[in-house]
Write a protein that binds this ligand. Structure first.
Ligand code: 5AD
Ligand code: SF4
Length: 444
Protein backbone atom coordinates (compact mmCIF):
# COMPACT_ATOMS: atom_id res chain seq x y z
CA UNK A 1 0.00 0.00 0.00
CA UNK A 2 1.16 3.49 -0.69
CA UNK A 3 -0.83 5.27 2.02
CA UNK A 4 -1.83 3.31 5.14
CA UNK A 5 -4.07 6.00 6.64
CA UNK A 6 -6.54 6.10 3.75
CA UNK A 7 -6.56 2.76 1.99
CA UNK A 8 -6.96 2.66 -1.73
CA UNK A 9 -10.39 1.45 -2.77
CA UNK A 10 -10.71 -1.52 -5.11
CA UNK A 11 -13.73 -2.54 -7.13
CA UNK A 12 -13.77 -6.07 -8.55
CA UNK A 13 -16.10 -7.35 -11.23
CA UNK A 14 -16.32 -11.10 -11.81
CA UNK A 15 -17.19 -12.75 -15.11
CA UNK A 16 -17.63 -16.42 -15.97
CA UNK A 17 -17.76 -19.52 -13.84
CA UNK A 18 -17.95 -20.27 -10.10
CA UNK A 19 -14.18 -20.82 -10.07
CA UNK A 20 -13.84 -17.14 -10.88
CA UNK A 21 -16.29 -16.20 -8.11
CA UNK A 22 -14.15 -18.22 -5.74
CA UNK A 23 -10.90 -16.73 -7.10
CA UNK A 24 -12.28 -13.21 -6.58
CA UNK A 25 -12.78 -14.14 -2.91
CA UNK A 26 -9.10 -15.11 -2.76
CA UNK A 27 -8.07 -11.87 -4.47
CA UNK A 28 -10.12 -9.85 -1.97
CA UNK A 29 -8.48 -11.70 0.90
CA UNK A 30 -4.95 -11.17 -0.46
CA UNK A 31 -5.52 -7.47 -1.11
CA UNK A 32 -7.22 -6.82 2.24
CA UNK A 33 -4.26 -8.47 4.03
CA UNK A 34 -2.12 -5.86 2.32
CA UNK A 35 -4.24 -2.94 3.50
CA UNK A 36 -6.51 -2.37 0.50
CA UNK A 37 -10.25 -1.82 1.02
CA UNK A 38 -13.11 -2.79 -1.31
CA UNK A 39 -16.05 -0.82 -2.62
CA UNK A 40 -19.16 -1.78 -4.58
CA UNK A 41 -19.28 1.78 -5.88
CA UNK A 42 -17.37 2.08 -9.15
CA UNK A 43 -17.35 5.88 -8.89
CA UNK A 44 -15.21 5.76 -5.73
CA UNK A 45 -12.75 3.09 -6.84
CA UNK A 46 -9.03 3.86 -7.25
CA UNK A 47 -8.48 0.42 -8.71
CA UNK A 48 -10.84 -1.44 -11.04
CA UNK A 49 -10.24 -5.15 -11.42
CA UNK A 50 -11.96 -7.48 -13.84
CA UNK A 51 -11.72 -11.20 -13.21
CA UNK A 52 -12.29 -12.51 -16.71
CA UNK A 53 -13.41 -15.62 -18.58
CA UNK A 54 -12.13 -16.88 -21.94
CA UNK A 55 -14.35 -19.89 -22.54
CA UNK A 56 -16.31 -18.42 -25.47
CA UNK A 57 -16.08 -15.34 -27.67
CA UNK A 58 -19.07 -13.64 -26.00
CA UNK A 59 -17.21 -13.82 -22.67
CA UNK A 60 -14.40 -11.81 -24.31
CA UNK A 61 -16.86 -9.34 -25.75
CA UNK A 62 -18.37 -8.55 -22.35
CA UNK A 63 -14.95 -7.68 -20.97
CA UNK A 64 -14.04 -5.55 -23.99
CA UNK A 65 -17.34 -3.71 -23.45
CA UNK A 66 -16.44 -2.92 -19.83
CA UNK A 67 -12.91 -1.89 -20.76
CA UNK A 68 -14.41 0.51 -23.32
CA UNK A 69 -16.44 2.17 -20.53
CA UNK A 70 -13.34 2.48 -18.33
CA UNK A 71 -11.50 4.33 -21.09
CA UNK A 72 -13.83 7.32 -20.53
CA UNK A 73 -13.49 7.12 -16.70
CA UNK A 74 -9.71 7.01 -16.89
CA UNK A 75 -9.65 10.24 -18.89
CA UNK A 76 -11.41 12.02 -16.02
CA UNK A 77 -9.56 10.75 -12.93
CA UNK A 78 -6.59 8.60 -11.87
CA UNK A 79 -7.49 4.93 -12.07
CA UNK A 80 -5.53 1.71 -12.05
CA UNK A 81 -7.11 -0.92 -14.31
CA UNK A 82 -6.32 -4.60 -13.81
CA UNK A 83 -7.39 -7.61 -15.87
CA UNK A 84 -7.23 -10.92 -14.02
CA UNK A 85 -8.11 -14.51 -14.86
CA UNK A 86 -8.37 -16.50 -18.05
CA UNK A 87 -8.36 -13.65 -20.59
CA UNK A 88 -5.31 -12.10 -18.97
CA UNK A 89 -3.57 -15.45 -19.20
CA UNK A 90 -4.49 -16.24 -22.80
CA UNK A 91 -4.62 -12.83 -24.47
CA UNK A 92 -1.66 -10.90 -23.11
CA UNK A 93 -0.46 -9.63 -26.49
CA UNK A 94 -3.90 -8.80 -27.82
CA UNK A 95 -4.88 -7.00 -24.60
CA UNK A 96 -1.70 -4.97 -24.30
CA UNK A 97 -1.80 -3.96 -27.98
CA UNK A 98 -5.51 -3.24 -28.24
CA UNK A 99 -6.21 -1.78 -24.78
CA UNK A 100 -3.50 0.65 -23.65
CA UNK A 101 -5.44 1.62 -20.50
CA UNK A 102 -4.64 -1.71 -18.78
CA UNK A 103 -2.02 -1.27 -16.02
CA UNK A 104 -1.98 -4.75 -14.49
CA UNK A 105 -2.44 -8.24 -15.94
CA UNK A 106 -2.48 -11.24 -13.61
CA UNK A 107 -3.24 -14.85 -14.54
CA UNK A 108 -5.06 -17.34 -12.27
CA UNK A 109 -1.86 -18.63 -10.62
CA UNK A 110 -0.32 -15.19 -9.99
CA UNK A 111 -2.67 -13.58 -7.48
CA UNK A 112 -0.15 -13.62 -4.64
CA UNK A 113 1.77 -11.01 -6.65
CA UNK A 114 -1.28 -8.81 -7.12
CA UNK A 115 -0.85 -6.52 -4.06
CA UNK A 116 2.68 -5.72 -5.20
CA UNK A 117 1.68 -5.16 -8.84
CA UNK A 118 -1.16 -2.82 -7.88
CA UNK A 119 0.96 -0.93 -5.35
CA UNK A 120 3.61 -0.36 -8.03
CA UNK A 121 1.00 0.79 -10.53
CA UNK A 122 -0.50 3.24 -7.99
CA UNK A 123 2.92 4.62 -7.12
CA UNK A 124 3.82 5.05 -10.77
CA UNK A 125 0.52 6.82 -11.37
CA UNK A 126 1.10 9.20 -8.42
CA UNK A 127 4.49 10.04 -9.89
CA UNK A 128 2.86 10.84 -13.19
CA UNK A 129 3.90 7.95 -15.39
CA UNK A 130 2.20 4.75 -16.41
CA UNK A 131 3.98 1.49 -15.69
CA UNK A 132 2.49 -1.75 -16.88
CA UNK A 133 2.97 -4.83 -14.74
CA UNK A 134 2.23 -8.40 -15.76
CA UNK A 135 2.30 -11.67 -13.81
CA UNK A 136 1.30 -14.56 -16.00
CA UNK A 137 3.30 -17.58 -14.92
CA UNK A 138 1.28 -20.76 -14.58
CA UNK A 139 2.30 -22.95 -11.67
CA UNK A 140 2.26 -26.69 -11.12
CA UNK A 141 1.82 -26.18 -7.39
CA UNK A 142 -0.14 -23.02 -6.57
CA UNK A 143 -3.35 -23.91 -4.71
CA UNK A 144 -3.50 -20.74 -2.56
CA UNK A 145 -2.97 -22.91 0.49
CA UNK A 146 -3.22 -20.72 3.61
CA UNK A 147 -5.29 -17.96 1.97
CA UNK A 148 -8.72 -17.89 3.59
CA UNK A 149 -11.26 -16.59 1.06
CA UNK A 150 -13.01 -13.32 1.85
CA UNK A 151 -16.50 -14.72 1.30
CA UNK A 152 -19.53 -12.96 -0.11
CA UNK A 153 -22.03 -13.99 2.56
CA UNK A 154 -25.25 -15.88 1.82
CA UNK A 155 -25.81 -19.54 2.54
CA UNK A 156 -23.17 -21.09 0.25
CA UNK A 157 -19.41 -21.20 0.77
CA UNK A 158 -17.24 -22.10 -2.25
CA UNK A 159 -14.18 -24.18 -1.47
CA UNK A 160 -11.73 -24.72 -4.32
CA UNK A 161 -10.22 -28.17 -3.82
CA UNK A 162 -8.27 -28.55 -7.04
CA UNK A 163 -7.16 -26.28 -9.88
CA UNK A 164 -6.30 -26.78 -13.53
CA UNK A 165 -7.21 -29.43 -16.06
CA UNK A 166 -5.20 -32.16 -17.79
CA UNK A 167 -7.96 -33.42 -20.08
CA UNK A 168 -7.32 -31.15 -23.08
CA UNK A 169 -10.77 -31.55 -24.64
CA UNK A 170 -10.03 -30.25 -28.13
CA UNK A 171 -12.48 -27.30 -27.96
CA UNK A 172 -11.45 -26.01 -24.53
CA UNK A 173 -9.09 -23.22 -23.60
CA UNK A 174 -9.07 -24.01 -19.86
CA UNK A 175 -5.95 -26.25 -19.80
CA UNK A 176 -4.03 -23.31 -21.36
CA UNK A 177 -5.44 -20.56 -19.13
CA UNK A 178 -5.40 -22.47 -15.85
CA UNK A 179 -2.59 -24.95 -16.32
CA UNK A 180 -2.06 -28.42 -14.90
CA UNK A 181 -4.17 -30.24 -12.34
CA UNK A 182 -3.16 -29.95 -8.70
CA UNK A 183 -5.12 -30.76 -5.55
CA UNK A 184 -5.12 -29.26 -2.08
CA UNK A 185 -4.30 -31.12 1.12
CA UNK A 186 -7.49 -32.73 2.48
CA UNK A 187 -6.83 -31.44 6.01
CA UNK A 188 -6.77 -27.83 4.84
CA UNK A 189 -10.01 -28.35 2.87
CA UNK A 190 -11.64 -29.83 5.99
CA UNK A 191 -10.37 -26.96 8.15
CA UNK A 192 -11.86 -24.50 5.68
CA UNK A 193 -15.18 -26.37 5.77
CA UNK A 194 -15.22 -26.14 9.58
CA UNK A 195 -14.39 -22.47 9.41
CA UNK A 196 -17.25 -21.87 6.92
CA UNK A 197 -19.64 -23.76 9.23
CA UNK A 198 -18.54 -21.68 12.22
CA UNK A 199 -19.29 -18.52 10.20
CA UNK A 200 -22.85 -19.78 9.66
CA UNK A 201 -22.63 -21.13 6.09
CA UNK A 202 -25.06 -24.02 5.61
CA UNK A 203 -23.93 -25.24 2.21
CA UNK A 204 -20.50 -25.95 0.78
CA UNK A 205 -19.80 -26.26 -2.91
CA UNK A 206 -16.53 -27.99 -3.70
CA UNK A 207 -14.98 -26.48 -6.80
CA UNK A 208 -12.39 -27.48 -9.36
CA UNK A 209 -12.04 -27.37 -13.16
CA UNK A 210 -12.19 -31.12 -12.92
CA UNK A 211 -13.33 -31.44 -9.37
CA UNK A 212 -13.82 -35.19 -9.25
CA UNK A 213 -10.25 -35.79 -10.50
CA UNK A 214 -9.23 -34.64 -6.99
CA UNK A 215 -6.42 -36.73 -5.54
CA UNK A 216 -4.06 -36.12 -2.64
CA UNK A 217 -2.11 -39.13 -1.36
CA UNK A 218 -4.70 -41.81 -0.69
CA UNK A 219 -7.56 -39.29 -0.62
CA UNK A 220 -9.79 -39.37 -3.70
CA UNK A 221 -12.84 -37.23 -4.32
CA UNK A 222 -15.31 -39.71 -2.79
CA UNK A 223 -13.38 -39.68 0.49
CA UNK A 224 -12.99 -35.90 0.46
CA UNK A 225 -16.64 -35.07 -0.21
CA UNK A 226 -17.83 -37.57 2.42
CA UNK A 227 -15.51 -36.03 5.03
CA UNK A 228 -16.63 -32.49 4.12
CA UNK A 229 -20.28 -33.62 4.38
CA UNK A 230 -19.58 -34.82 7.94
CA UNK A 231 -18.73 -31.25 9.05
CA UNK A 232 -21.09 -30.36 11.92
CA UNK A 233 -23.39 -27.46 11.00
CA UNK A 234 -23.18 -28.06 7.23
CA UNK A 235 -26.52 -29.15 5.77
CA UNK A 236 -25.65 -29.60 2.11
CA UNK A 237 -22.58 -30.30 0.00
CA UNK A 238 -22.44 -29.83 -3.77
CA UNK A 239 -19.63 -30.02 -6.30
CA UNK A 240 -18.80 -28.70 -9.74
CA UNK A 241 -17.52 -29.08 -12.42
CA UNK A 242 -17.01 -32.78 -13.04
CA UNK A 243 -15.99 -34.88 -16.05
CA UNK A 244 -18.02 -38.05 -16.77
CA UNK A 245 -14.81 -40.13 -16.68
CA UNK A 246 -14.46 -39.59 -12.91
CA UNK A 247 -17.53 -41.30 -11.45
CA UNK A 248 -16.15 -44.47 -9.87
CA UNK A 249 -18.51 -46.60 -7.77
CA UNK A 250 -17.28 -45.21 -4.40
CA UNK A 251 -18.25 -41.69 -5.47
CA UNK A 252 -21.73 -42.76 -6.63
CA UNK A 253 -22.13 -44.75 -3.40
CA UNK A 254 -21.14 -41.69 -1.35
CA UNK A 255 -23.66 -39.49 -3.19
CA UNK A 256 -26.37 -42.14 -2.80
CA UNK A 257 -25.68 -42.83 0.86
CA UNK A 258 -24.67 -39.56 2.51
CA UNK A 259 -27.76 -37.53 3.43
CA UNK A 260 -25.85 -34.24 3.18
CA UNK A 261 -24.38 -34.80 -0.29
CA UNK A 262 -26.92 -33.32 -2.69
CA UNK A 263 -28.62 -35.60 -5.17
CA UNK A 264 -27.62 -33.45 -8.12
CA UNK A 265 -25.08 -34.46 -10.72
CA UNK A 266 -23.90 -32.15 -13.46
CA UNK A 267 -22.71 -34.41 -16.23
CA UNK A 268 -21.38 -32.44 -19.22
CA UNK A 269 -22.36 -34.42 -22.34
CA UNK A 270 -21.04 -31.98 -25.02
CA UNK A 271 -22.34 -34.17 -27.87
CA UNK A 272 -24.34 -37.34 -28.42
CA UNK A 273 -22.44 -38.31 -31.60
CA UNK A 274 -19.54 -40.73 -31.20
CA UNK A 275 -17.70 -39.20 -34.13
CA UNK A 276 -17.92 -35.69 -32.61
CA UNK A 277 -17.10 -36.95 -29.10
CA UNK A 278 -13.95 -38.50 -30.57
CA UNK A 279 -12.96 -35.24 -32.31
CA UNK A 280 -13.63 -33.42 -29.04
CA UNK A 281 -11.30 -35.82 -27.21
CA UNK A 282 -13.92 -36.58 -24.56
CA UNK A 283 -12.87 -40.22 -24.18
CA UNK A 284 -16.37 -41.69 -23.90
CA UNK A 285 -19.00 -42.78 -26.39
CA UNK A 286 -22.72 -42.04 -26.29
CA UNK A 287 -23.23 -45.64 -25.08
CA UNK A 288 -20.67 -45.16 -22.25
CA UNK A 289 -22.50 -42.00 -21.24
CA UNK A 290 -25.92 -43.71 -21.29
CA UNK A 291 -24.56 -46.60 -19.24
CA UNK A 292 -23.29 -44.15 -16.62
CA UNK A 293 -26.67 -42.36 -16.57
CA UNK A 294 -28.48 -45.70 -16.11
CA UNK A 295 -26.11 -46.65 -13.29
CA UNK A 296 -26.65 -43.28 -11.58
CA UNK A 297 -30.45 -43.48 -11.95
CA UNK A 298 -30.39 -47.05 -10.66
CA UNK A 299 -28.42 -46.12 -7.56
CA UNK A 300 -30.02 -42.72 -6.89
CA UNK A 301 -33.61 -42.74 -8.20
CA UNK A 302 -34.36 -39.12 -7.20
CA UNK A 303 -31.18 -37.77 -8.85
CA UNK A 304 -31.36 -34.44 -10.70
CA UNK A 305 -29.17 -34.55 -13.81
CA UNK A 306 -28.00 -31.44 -15.63
CA UNK A 307 -25.58 -31.05 -18.52
CA UNK A 308 -23.58 -28.87 -20.93
CA UNK A 309 -23.87 -29.32 -24.70
CA UNK A 310 -21.99 -27.69 -27.57
CA UNK A 311 -23.76 -27.28 -30.93
CA UNK A 312 -21.97 -26.79 -34.23
CA UNK A 313 -18.56 -28.21 -33.37
CA UNK A 314 -16.29 -28.67 -36.39
CA UNK A 315 -17.87 -30.94 -39.07
CA UNK A 316 -21.04 -31.56 -37.01
CA UNK A 317 -23.69 -32.84 -39.45
CA UNK A 318 -27.45 -32.73 -39.03
CA UNK A 319 -27.23 -36.44 -38.24
CA UNK A 320 -24.64 -35.84 -35.47
CA UNK A 321 -26.86 -33.14 -34.03
CA UNK A 322 -29.86 -35.47 -34.09
CA UNK A 323 -27.85 -38.07 -32.15
CA UNK A 324 -27.36 -35.39 -29.48
CA UNK A 325 -31.10 -34.65 -29.45
CA UNK A 326 -31.89 -38.36 -29.09
CA UNK A 327 -29.54 -38.73 -26.13
CA UNK A 328 -31.09 -35.64 -24.53
CA UNK A 329 -34.58 -37.15 -24.96
CA UNK A 330 -33.43 -40.46 -23.57
CA UNK A 331 -31.61 -38.99 -20.53
CA UNK A 332 -34.35 -36.49 -19.63
CA UNK A 333 -32.07 -33.91 -17.99
CA UNK A 334 -33.69 -31.48 -15.58
CA UNK A 335 -31.83 -28.68 -17.32
CA UNK A 336 -29.03 -28.10 -19.81
CA UNK A 337 -26.67 -25.30 -20.78
CA UNK A 338 -26.51 -25.24 -24.56
CA UNK A 339 -23.69 -23.37 -26.30
CA UNK A 340 -22.76 -22.58 -29.89
CA UNK A 341 -19.21 -23.76 -30.57
CA UNK A 342 -16.78 -20.87 -30.32
CA UNK A 343 -13.30 -21.60 -31.65
CA UNK A 344 -10.59 -20.70 -29.11
CA UNK A 345 -7.08 -19.79 -30.24
CA UNK A 346 -4.34 -22.41 -29.72
CA UNK A 347 -6.70 -25.20 -28.70
CA UNK A 348 -6.33 -28.61 -30.37
CA UNK A 349 -9.50 -27.98 -32.39
CA UNK A 350 -8.26 -24.58 -33.59
CA UNK A 351 -5.00 -26.16 -34.73
CA UNK A 352 -6.41 -29.34 -36.30
CA UNK A 353 -9.96 -28.69 -37.48
CA UNK A 354 -11.78 -26.02 -39.41
CA UNK A 355 -14.56 -24.08 -37.66
CA UNK A 356 -16.75 -24.90 -40.66
CA UNK A 357 -20.32 -24.77 -39.35
CA UNK A 358 -21.90 -21.43 -40.29
CA UNK A 359 -22.94 -19.30 -37.29
CA UNK A 360 -26.59 -19.32 -38.36
CA UNK A 361 -26.61 -23.14 -38.43
CA UNK A 362 -25.01 -23.26 -34.95
CA UNK A 363 -27.61 -20.76 -33.71
CA UNK A 364 -30.48 -22.71 -35.22
CA UNK A 365 -29.27 -25.96 -33.60
CA UNK A 366 -28.89 -24.22 -30.22
CA UNK A 367 -32.46 -22.94 -30.57
CA UNK A 368 -33.86 -26.37 -31.43
CA UNK A 369 -32.04 -28.07 -28.59
CA UNK A 370 -33.05 -25.39 -26.07
CA UNK A 371 -36.66 -25.84 -27.20
CA UNK A 372 -36.45 -29.62 -26.83
CA UNK A 373 -34.86 -29.29 -23.39
CA UNK A 374 -37.53 -26.78 -22.30
CA UNK A 375 -40.21 -29.38 -22.97
CA UNK A 376 -38.28 -32.05 -21.07
CA UNK A 377 -37.33 -29.71 -18.18
CA UNK A 378 -40.93 -28.50 -17.89
CA UNK A 379 -42.18 -32.11 -17.72
CA UNK A 380 -39.53 -33.06 -15.16
CA UNK A 381 -40.53 -30.15 -12.94
CA UNK A 382 -44.21 -31.14 -13.19
CA UNK A 383 -43.25 -34.49 -11.64
CA UNK A 384 -42.76 -32.61 -8.34
CA UNK A 385 -46.37 -31.35 -8.19
CA UNK A 386 -47.97 -32.41 -4.92
CA UNK A 387 -44.66 -33.55 -3.41
CA UNK A 388 -43.24 -32.06 -0.20
CA UNK A 389 -39.56 -31.21 -0.67
CA UNK A 390 -36.82 -30.07 1.66
CA UNK A 391 -35.78 -26.54 0.64
CA UNK A 392 -32.82 -24.46 1.82
CA UNK A 393 -33.92 -20.82 2.06
CA UNK A 394 -31.43 -18.69 0.07
CA UNK A 395 -32.78 -15.17 -0.32
CA UNK A 396 -35.65 -12.92 -1.35
CA UNK A 397 -36.96 -13.78 -4.81
CA UNK A 398 -35.64 -11.39 -7.47
CA UNK A 399 -38.18 -8.59 -8.05
CA UNK A 400 -40.58 -10.08 -5.42
CA UNK A 401 -39.55 -8.93 -1.94
CA UNK A 402 -42.64 -10.65 -0.47
CA UNK A 403 -41.40 -14.08 -1.60
CA UNK A 404 -38.57 -16.40 -0.60
CA UNK A 405 -36.36 -18.24 -3.06
CA UNK A 406 -34.74 -21.47 -1.93
CA UNK A 407 -33.29 -24.58 -3.55
CA UNK A 408 -34.25 -28.23 -3.41
CA UNK A 409 -31.61 -30.81 -2.71
CA UNK A 410 -31.47 -31.27 -6.51
CA UNK A 411 -30.67 -27.53 -6.95
CA UNK A 412 -34.05 -26.53 -8.40
CA UNK A 413 -35.33 -23.08 -7.39
CA UNK A 414 -38.52 -22.97 -5.29
CA UNK A 415 -40.52 -19.78 -4.72
CA UNK A 416 -43.18 -19.20 -2.04
CA UNK A 417 -44.88 -16.46 -0.06
CA UNK A 418 -42.94 -15.10 2.91
CA UNK A 419 -46.13 -14.59 4.88
CA UNK A 420 -46.68 -18.37 5.18
CA UNK A 421 -44.14 -18.85 7.98
CA UNK A 422 -41.33 -16.83 9.60
CA UNK A 423 -38.09 -18.04 7.99
CA UNK A 424 -34.54 -16.81 7.42
CA UNK A 425 -31.91 -17.55 4.77
CA UNK A 426 -29.98 -20.65 5.80
CA UNK A 427 -33.00 -22.46 7.27
CA UNK A 428 -34.26 -25.78 5.93
CA UNK A 429 -37.99 -25.97 5.41
CA UNK A 430 -40.42 -28.52 3.93
CA UNK A 431 -42.56 -27.06 1.15
CA UNK A 432 -45.38 -28.67 -0.80
CA UNK A 433 -45.05 -27.98 -4.53
CA UNK A 434 -48.25 -26.62 -6.07
CA UNK A 435 -47.09 -25.26 -9.44
CA UNK A 436 -44.08 -25.40 -11.73
CA UNK A 437 -42.41 -23.81 -14.73
CA UNK A 438 -39.30 -24.74 -16.73
CA UNK A 439 -37.13 -22.61 -14.45
CA UNK A 440 -38.71 -23.02 -11.00
CA UNK A 441 -41.15 -24.71 -8.66
CA UNK A 442 -43.81 -22.81 -6.70
CA UNK A 443 -44.82 -23.92 -3.23
CA UNK A 444 -47.28 -23.50 -0.41
N1 5AD B 1 -17.23 -23.24 -27.34
C1 5AD B 1 -18.45 -23.43 -26.81
N2 5AD B 1 -18.67 -23.94 -25.58
C2 5AD B 1 -17.58 -24.29 -24.85
N3 5AD B 1 -17.46 -24.82 -23.63
C3 5AD B 1 -16.15 -24.97 -23.35
N4 5AD B 1 -15.42 -24.54 -24.39
C4 5AD B 1 -16.27 -24.12 -25.34
C5 5AD B 1 -16.11 -23.58 -26.64
N5 5AD B 1 -14.92 -23.41 -27.18
C6 5AD B 1 -18.60 -25.21 -22.81
C7 5AD B 1 -18.60 -26.70 -22.50
C8 5AD B 1 -18.21 -26.74 -21.05
C9 5AD B 1 -18.81 -25.45 -20.54
C10 5AD B 1 -18.26 -24.96 -19.25
O1 5AD B 1 -18.54 -24.53 -21.56
O2 5AD B 1 -19.90 -27.19 -22.69
O3 5AD B 1 -18.72 -27.87 -20.37
FE1 SF4 C 1 -12.23 -27.93 -20.57
FE2 SF4 C 1 -12.51 -30.61 -20.91
FE3 SF4 C 1 -10.96 -29.63 -18.90
FE4 SF4 C 1 -13.64 -29.34 -18.77
S1 SF4 C 1 -12.53 -31.29 -18.77
S2 SF4 C 1 -12.08 -27.73 -18.33
S3 SF4 C 1 -14.17 -29.04 -20.94
S4 SF4 C 1 -10.58 -29.40 -21.10
Amino acid sequence: MTNKTSPHLVHIETFGCQMNESDSELVRSLLKQDGFAFTEDRERADVMLMNTCAIRENAHNKVYGHLGELQAVKKERPLVVGVLGCMAQSLKDELTKKVPLIDVLAGPDAYRQLPMLITNALQAQEQGFAKKAFALDLSEYETYEGVLPDRDGGVNAWITVMRGCDNFCSFCVVPYTRGRERSREPQSVLAEAQQAASLGYKQITLLGQNVNSYRSGDWDFARLISAVADTPGIERVRFTSPHPKDYPLPLLTAIAAHPKICKHIHLPLQSGSDRILDLMGREYTAADYSRLVDQIKGMIPDIVLTTDIICGFSTETEQDFESTCRLVEQTRFHSAFVFAYSERKNTIAARKFEDDIPEDVKGERVKRLVELQREIGGARNREYLGQTLSVLVEREATRSPDKWMGKTDGNIAVIWDKSLEPLQPGMLTNRRITDSSVAALFAE
